[in-house]
Design a protein around this ligand. Sequence first.
Ligand code: FAD
Length: 429
Amino acid sequence: MANADTQNYYFATTPPPPPHAPLAGEVRADVCIVGGGISGLSAALHLAERGFTVALLEAKHLGFGGSGRSGGQTIFGYASGQEKLEKLVGAADARYMWDIALEGMKLQRELIAKHSIACDYVAGHMHVGVKARHDAELRAEVESLQETYGYRSVRLVGHEELRTLVPSERYTMGIYDSNSGHLQPYKYTLGLGAAAARAGVKIFENSRVTKLAFTTNPNSDTLVHSESGVVRARHLLIAGNALLGRLVPELASKLMAVGTYIAATEVLGAERASALITNNAAVADINWVLDYFRRSADHRLLFGGRVSYSGVDPFDSARVLRKRIQRVFPRLHDTRIEYAWGGYVDITPNRAPHFGRLAPNVYFLQGFSGHGMVLSGIAGKLVAEAIAGTAGRFDVFAKIPHRNFPGGTYFRRPALVLAMLWFRLKDLL
Ligand SMILES: Cc1cc2nc3c(=O)[nH]c(=O)nc-3n(C[C@H](O)[C@H](O)[C@H](O)COP(=O)(O)OP(=O)(O)OC[C@H]3O[C@@H](n4cnc5c(N)ncnc54)[C@H](O)[C@@H]3O)c2cc1C
């Protein structure tokens, strides 16, 4: 993204963490992890707690990717929805995955408590409709969640009540979930990083992995090269997700890295900020090209949206987001945008997560499709279990079928543009 790191509200306002030196020379470890986001750090922490030696290589700094840029919305379930998952893997496995997603939410709160991670966690989340036809979708979803999945923390919020919670003309009705919520994602990621380092994980920043050398022989080591060194390890986890680029072409072809942008307003003060979302829940509309917003701990509005169709930064994301904020809250017409930044969301064509192995000891995690704040943490735990010899839970996910993105690797971007235009059109109907 062209936006400099100083434009990221989280980077600019979080006390700088202690840096980790780049990789130098050869390092040995039981497990090497590529990527210092929530996936990689959660796996590292869980592996270290199980007694493995771990070396983690991060191209830039911890939280540089989606984990330090996200809207911070911690949302139940999967972006694909349960119905789609049932079609992909059958009802029993879909149910199994649902339980794991819920475990992910519990795990997140446990990690925050256990490692005293001060990341401004707040419970409460709302999905809101913007069209009359969305009401039927929301009703059906609550019914299915409550009746089929026994998920009792969700409830419908009718139009009148919604207007007291989010005083805006834009929304029809919504679903409130007391089990979902929001947090400051960069602080959460750094908290996991600090816990991993305390548990003995060797973290190397400014250490982009440029080459991987592994075989299908489970008894041979993997070599993970950066420009300044190499890690020799028995196991490898690739957790570079949307920023992995072309390092592993077969992973790139399954993932759409979709640009999304967030703006942070100037500090509004407690009274003005509270009046925008009176229950302090995170809010996301149910359009495919969605708006998502929440209050920050220092009383700003953080507002995300405006998916970029072409992968090119919009000329002025702050200006575009300002218009979208005003569409929801006209009262903020004279409010300044103080920060605006972007990032790539890791989306698979079927919006189910993409986990698996490239060889018996080479694992990967990617494609959380907008639910990564919760799922990446539990995914790291599942990989740790698998590496420790209990792969059952990981393998249920590894069985999800994923197609290559239409158009093949080289035509991916134009195909993405078309796909996004189609979804945008659907939202407008
Ligand atoms: C703007 C934005 C808003 C979002 N909002 C939400 C939200 O509200 N709720 C939600 O659930 N999800 C949201 N997401 C998605 C969520 O942030 C991600 O799914 C999640 O952070 C993925 O975590 P990760 O650890 O798998 O990947 P990342 O956090 O992207 O971490 C991958 C890391 O790997 C590193 N890396 C890549 N290649 C290499 C290499 N070759 N060598 C070494 N290191 C490498 C990168 O630098 C990066 O730090 C959002 C994403 C963005 C960008």
